[in-house]
Design a protein around this ligand. Structure first.
Ligand code: HGY
Ligand code: MN
Ligand code: MN
Ligand code: MN
Length: 428
């Protein structure tokens, strides 16, 4: 058996890019369907657009002779047997998107994996172990607020019943488990690494940040990823009349939210971390009534767990201080934990396979080690099997935005490195 060498098989870039852009047609411009600024890329998890692209994935993989299994979280595993039985070497990512992005985020990794499988099949390659392509459910957490939703249940960090009970952030009458069944992807298979183990997981993803473009490098060998926490913050005050309530009689949650967010940003900067609020509600939402309460999302991140913990501690201390503000009436600040992921280090064997693969296509200077600012399903699989990630640059480091863009050349190069790394690992 000769060892596989990078580029021994080559991906068909034309075919991959055509099918990638073709599946964007199932996106919609708004949360719920064709809307005014139809960007054609919104495939919020468990909506009809997600169903369409899942149906395409299933048909495509079955057409390649793979067996497609669906687990209780709707994670989709397309597996092709190898010479020996055993856990598959997997190439995975996600087909769901943010409300206004997703031309490449997630879907590129799935298409590159599909193309890698096409090349293996059409060349009649017998891999040592089974080879798999995976579509993970709701990596984004944009609709049902858990990042890495499907892969976290598989990894055992989120109980299935809690995962299925999550409600839609925009319409709490919509429940994840019911939406999963509605689109026909509530699978029989147990959703766990125990019942459905992987030998390794490789993921191609756009960097979504500025490091590769700024350094004019083309492949990132991802060494690890940041830790992050999500909360819903609720600040409860006292609703009263905008015109008759003197400042000394106010407990104004909107004012406190302004202080809170400014101070939270200062805290994150002090610790060289990041903090973001993407969702904000004021209740009852009337121009001339001081709100009864405001609620908003809080996402903060740091390359180390200690950093995340320090930011967490300082933000909570700051909130305690803000609660003492006010004369007759004061506000209360509540933290509802939504999600947290530890900082991760990816497996050296996968990193080596990726670097060998990358240098099979590029000069070493065009390849760099990099830390992922974003969370990925690979952060979940990393808890159970050797995992590696490959980054390609995206324009201006922009992502989670309709202008998200990577060149076809970089997409195809990334797919080639994914194919080569997975086959090198399979034979390693
Ligand atoms: O939030 C994240 O980093 C992931 O892309 N959902
Ligand atoms: Mn992603
Ligand atoms: Mn994303
Ligand atoms: Mn992600």
């Amino acid at each position: 058996r000769t060892m596989y060498t990078p580029r021994q098989l080559t991906v068909n870039g034309e075919r991959m890019m055509e099918s990638l852009h073709d599946t964007c047609k199932w996106g919609t411009g708004t949360r719920w369907g064709p809307g005014p600024n139809d960007t054609g890329m919104c495939r919020l998890t468990l909506t009809d657009s997600d169903k369409s692209v899942r149906d395409w994935f299933k048909a495509e993989m079955e057409g390649l002779g793979c067996k497609v299994s669906i687990d209780a979280m709707g994670n989709m595993f397309a597996v092709r047997p190898g010479q020996s039985a055993g856990a598959p070497t997997a190439m995975g990512s996600h087909l769901d998107t943010q409300p206004t992005g997703g031309r490449y985020d997630g879907i590129l990794g799935v298409h590159a994996a599909v193309e890698a499988m096409r090349v293996v099949v059409e060349n009649g390659v017998q891999t040592k172990y089974p080879l798999a392509v995976i579509n993970w459910t709701n990596e984004e957490g944009a609709r049902f607020p858990k990042s890495l939703h499907g892969s976290s249940v598989w990894a055992g960090t989120l109980p299935l019943d809690k995962a299925l009970a999550l409600t839609d952030v925009a319409d709490p009458t919509l429940i994840a488990g019911e939406e999963l069944a509605r689109i026909g992807y509530a699978g029989e298979m147990e959703c766990s690494a125990k019942a459905n183990p992987l030998a390794a997981h490789f993921e191609l993803h756009i960097e979504q940040g500025p490091v590769l473009p700024e350094n004019k490098q083309r492949i990132g060998v991802v060494a690890g990823g940041q830790g992050y926490k999500w909360y819903t913050i609720t600040i409860r005050g006292r609703d009263s009349h905008a015109g008759t309530t003197p400042f000394a009689y106010r407990a104004d949650p909107m004012l406190l939210a302004a202080f809170f967010l400014t101070r939270a940003h200062e805290i994150a900067r002090t610790h060289s971390g990041l903090v973001t609020t993407g969702i904000f509600h004021a209740h009852p939402g009337s121009i001339n009534t001081i709100p009864n309460n405001v609620s908003f999302s809080l996402d903060f991140r740091h390359v180390s767990d200690a950093g995340v913990a320090a930011i967490d501690k300082d933000i909570k201390a700051m909130a305690k201080e803000l609660e003492t503000q006010g004369d007759k009436y004061k506000c209360a600040i509540e933290f509802e934990p939504l999600f947290d992921a530890p900082a991760v280090q990816f497996h050296p064997a996968c990193r080596d396979a990726i670097r060998t693969a990358a240098e099979g296509s590029l000069a070493a200077a065009e390849v760099r080690d990099i830390i992922s600012g974003a969370g990925h399903d690979s952060c979940a699989t990393n808890l159970h099997c050797p995992t590696g990630m490959i980054f390609i640059p995206c324009k201006d480091g922009l992502s989670h935005n309709p202008e998200e863009y990577s060149t076809p050349e970089d997409c195809v190069l990334g797919a080639q490195v994914l194919l080569d790394a997975a086959l090198l690992f399979d034979q390693g």
